[in-house]
Design a binder for this molecule. Structure first.
Ligand code: 13P
Length: 252
């Protein structure tokens, strides 16, 4: 199964810089039998990045969506509008949104339903705070986020959901989670998924990727772990050279 290498560009890069980075990403040597790459630029750059990636083996995703299809929701963007711009994936419930915008598990749940209804693959981000990890509560936090984020969702057929385990203390800090600890968290998430969806659906339709200070030096260690299906990368995906190094290292 291919490993997923996803670049979350966050609120960085001008539209022109995003296009330049997309062009670099589009020419990186990618063995499609080994990895699947996707980039997640700002909304404002989606159309131009899509054009820059034309014909390249790199998919396009957005960093968020709203849960309604259309209507009086000033400033929001619907999943179908993202599809229209060529997105196949959408991040949901990134910790930066949970922290800065008070996004709740219920909002995450609604966004995932809406994304699936529009044939987008949601990437549900979960992860514990530093405090929760220190107090030994990390497993409760991620099991609860998994269960609440996916409550009542019917995943069927060819639909996929990706869960990104991003411990908050490892995001943007250079303090990456030890690969063994990430592996343990992924196993716990898979157990929660099996409880909710049963083993057949959990194992076929769900993939679990790790995020938090991933770079070219440590990517190989994560991908070597059982149950780690890829990485959601912030900083190291936001410059052409480091992104290309990371993608090369992921295929070693
Ligand atoms: P960093 O790779 O910069 O730690 O960011 C991780 C992340 O938040 C990806 O969504």
């Amino acid at each position: 199964m291919q490993k997923l290498i996803f670049g979350n560009w966050k609120m960085n890069l001008s539209a022109d810089d995003a296009v330049a980075l997309a062009k670099t990403a589009g020419t990186m040597p990618i063995d499609a039998s080994r990895i699947k790459a996707a980039v997640f630029p700002s909304f404002t750059a989606l159309a131009s990045v899509r054009a820059a990636l034309q014909g390249a083996p790199v998919s396009l995703g957005a960093q968020d969506c709203f849960w309604e299809k259309a209507g009086a929701y000033t400033g929001e963007i619907s999943p179908s509008q993202l599809r229209e711009l060529g997105c196949s994936h959408v991040l949901v419930g990134h910790s930066e949104r949970r922290q800065n915008l008070n996004e709740t598990d219920d909002m995450v749940n609604r966004k995932i339903r809406a994304a699936l209804d529009a044939n987008l693959t949601p990437v549900m981000c979960i992860g514990e705070t530093d405090d929760a990890r220190r107090r030994g509560l990390w497993s409760n936090v991620i099991a609860e986020q998994t269960a609440k984020g996916l409550a009542g969702i019917a995943v069927a057929g060819t639909q996929n959901v990706i869960v990104a385990y991003e411990p908050i203390w490892a995001v943007g800090t250079g303090r990456a989670c030890a690969p063994q600890d990430a592996r343990e968290a992924h196993a716990l998430i898979m157990n929660s998924l099996i409880e909710i969806f049963g083993p057949a659906v959990a194992q076929k339709n769900f993939r679990i990727i790790y995020g938090g200070s991933v770079d070219a030096r440590n990517i190989g260690e994560y991908l070597a772990m059982d149950g780690i299906d890829g990485a959601l990368v912030g900083g190291a995906s936001q410059r052409g050279a480091s992104f290309a190094e990371l993608v090369a290292a992921a295929q070693k």
